[in-house]
Design a protein around this ligand. Sequence first.
Ligand code: ADP
Length: 542
Amino acid sequence: MHGEMMEEQLLISDILEHAAAVHGQAEIVSRYSHRDIHRYGYADALERTKKLANALSRLGVIEGQCVGTLAWNDHRHFELYYAISGIGAITHTINPRQSSEQISYIINHASDTFIFLDPDFIPLLESIEHQIKGVIGFVVLANRFEMPPTKLPNVWCYEELLQGESETYHWPRFPDSTAASLCYTSGTTGDPKGVLYSHRSTLSHARAVAGGEGWMLDSSSSVLPVVPMFHACAWGIPYSAAMLGSKLVLPGGALDGKSLFELIDSEAVNSMCGVPTVWQGLLRHLDSIGRKLTNVEKVVVGGSAAPLSMIQEFDEKHDVFVMHGWGMTELSPVGAVNCLTPEMKLMPRNERHQLQMKQGKPLFGIKMKIVDDNGMEQPHDGRSFGRLMVKGPWVAKSYFKCTDHSAFSCDGWFDTGDISTIDSSGYMQIVDRAKDVIKSGGEWISSIEIENAALGCDGVTEACVIAATHDKWGERPLLLITVNKLRSEKTVQQHLANVLPKIWLPDAIIIVETLPHNATGKLLKQELRKTYQNYLISDEIA
Ligand code: ADP
């Protein structure tokens, strides 16, 4: 027997209609790349989004077509998120940090009809224009007087495009399983893979991350997503903030510590989200000017693990709670969050910091299990580890136009490629990426744990551990670090000896000028592995 309730579909356009109706004056504040501030409310945003929806229809964009965006976090990108998906087309966010080959590959693969781009990215598109012939036109996100000269063909000015359009638009209704947006993984191996989100998956995810198990947003929040809107929908924040009427602070392209602090301070930001490298930059800036964070209550760290030293520094110097969020493009992207619980509040500081190191509990809707190489489920005892498998309504079931289904098991679980533990309370902790874990003799060594330990040593600014081939042990850890003060490898070695088991100590430590990163700011370990593969080949363990 079916329930007798309405079969009302919830669509992305409903979020903005709701925000405009009940949180119309709540602000969206954006900083343009040239540092001016733009501010308006959700009601204004809806008006302009409707004009954009009319403009898209006039350009000939129809349901099911992909429209590319190549833009920083600002109000125009926000309008694109809602207008493109709202008319039933697909918002394809393009990550400008990917290589130009990858960018032309994904534009062609998605068959983008138009690309909306910030002026900053004109040179990038000019350099690949001859490879993306399917694109009908380019819309530059600017006023007419800001339009730079360009060799791109068929160019529109965004503000002119909107100018003559009506503020009346009736959003079409369609099944909520309709595709809404598309994001490609950074593709460290092989071609990038597209993850095609639906309206339903986007709304389910946004509701889950917005609430008490997630970012804990409400109408008193002022939230700063430093995490880019061009990757994995900025962790759902442009949707979650609108659902709850939170003030949304969008930082444009200036992501250095100084620029971020100016915005955090002037907009009374109390929640912010980003990858660890961004927060390192902010902390160093605050140190250099001797300032404290006054309004910020929590900082969400995801994309890679937050080192213990960062959790401690935010807490002890700034009274800010570091909240791990774990996820990946294939999960829209968030699967687990480590939020502040009543039990945590009562814990001694050190104990709480240790617990904060875990990536968190799965959000309601996400199921998790860990399995060994034979697919045998491992116990949730906080010690046994295995490949992390997930399923849920905002987890991908296949890649866009792709025949490789190896990550998707036939019984409906997605293999994340992460190795993790799960404890008896349900906290999941990432041990390593399966491809990064160091297999030394019979032992598995976590590269992440060594990196965290190294970052706890004063003067170490970045740390990367890779598996180097070793004739006796198979693989041994090799530590590469960047430093901001003159110091010898010996100091780091001594520090590590105090905090790590002997067998985990890296066989060598190398100070380097810089470490390579991929398009989402993660360390490019594969590249380093190629260079340093044979560095330890006949060394004995120290
Ligand atoms: P890609 O585009 O390469 O798929 P993602 O941004 O989706 O990149 O990265 C997903 C991976 O990032 C996860 O599988 C995990 O290894 C790592 N990751 C994400 N969040 C965290 C976190 N909080 N702590 C540790 N690792 C994380």
